[in-house]
Design a binder for this molecule. Structure first.
Ligand SMILES: *[C@@H]1O[C@H](CO)[C@@H](O)[C@H](O)[C@H]1NC(C)=O
Ligand SMILES: *[C@@H]1O[C@H](CO)[C@@H](O)[C@H](O)[C@H]1NC(C)=O
Length: 222
């Protein structure tokens, strides 16, 4: 009995192996990822992967919250509120070795702003000037483009009372940690944009989603 069960399992396994290998000799059975496009500029959209905030922040966009001249906290705003466009700034080798930065334009005429994680509070700033090296979008071989903090850290967002009013503040989540109670664990996904027309000589073409909020995650592996 045990033997014949083993035998029929083997037969089944062999049959499915045979079917798989004859079905598509050139295309491999691969995980199914949400389709991406490419762009030099992108919006950063929150995708809630665990507990949400009372007011859902799923699909909200990253922008800066004015603190003082040239300094702002990174916050999430609902999709109807204007938000920043970002780009990955750096040479090809800086991108490859994870020392490029996440940059954005601000001011009039526009000048560069950069994203920075503040230690030890793990708050995130978008300040005038250069961003922090090591923040960026995951690249090949990771099939899912998403924003990562320093040392591959993730992100969470919390309701916060900031100097000029309440906001949903973004924090860097150290690798392996979970979001504090009352906060939302999010991934930050790039959504392709047309850009604001400002020339960025060191902007990199990135993989980005056409419409993050429109992705049905139940049909994709990630
Ligand atoms: C962009 O990257 C280049 C090359 O490393 C650097 O010279 C330039 O200052 C950076 N600009 C911004 C806005 O980050
Ligand atoms: C986005 O969030 C959903 C859960 O709402 C999750 O299944 C999916 O894996 C997330 N995608 C990414 C790329 O984080």
């Amino acid at each position: 009995m045990a033997f014949s069960m083993f035998k029929s399992c083997t037969t089944l396994a062999l049959t499915s192996l045979f079917l798989t290998s004859t079905a598509a000799p050139t295309t491999r059975q691969a995980p199914n990822y949400a389709p991406t496009s490419q762009s030099d500029t992108f919006k950063v959209i929150a995708n809630v992967t665990g507990t949400d905030l009372p007011q859902s922040v799923n699909g909200w966009a990253l922008t800066s919250y004015h603190l003082s001249a040239g300094a702002g906290y990174a916050v999430l705003v609902d999709p109807t509120t204007p938000s920043r466009d970002f780009y990955i700034n750096g040479t090809a080798s800086e991108v490859r070795f994870n020392s490029a930065t996440v940059a954005s334009d601000g001011g009039s005429p526009p000048f560069p702003w950069g994203m920075v994680v503040n230690s030890p509070a793990n708050t995130v700033s978008i300040n005038a000037g250069l961003g922090e090296q090591g923040l960026g979008l995951t690249i090949f071989p990771d099939p899912v483009p998403k924003l990562h903090g320093p040392a591959s850290a993730g992100w969470y967002a919390c309701d916060a009372a900031l100097p000029s009013g309440d906001a949903v503040q973004l924090f860097s989540l150290p690798l392996g940690d979970t979001a504090p109670a009352g906060c939302a664990q999010v991934t930050l996904l790039p959504q392709c944009t047309e850009g604001d027309g400002v020339e960025h000589p060191f902007a990199n073409t990135v993989n980005c989603y056409p419409d993050v909020a429109g992705i049905d995650w139940t049909v994709y592996s990630a």
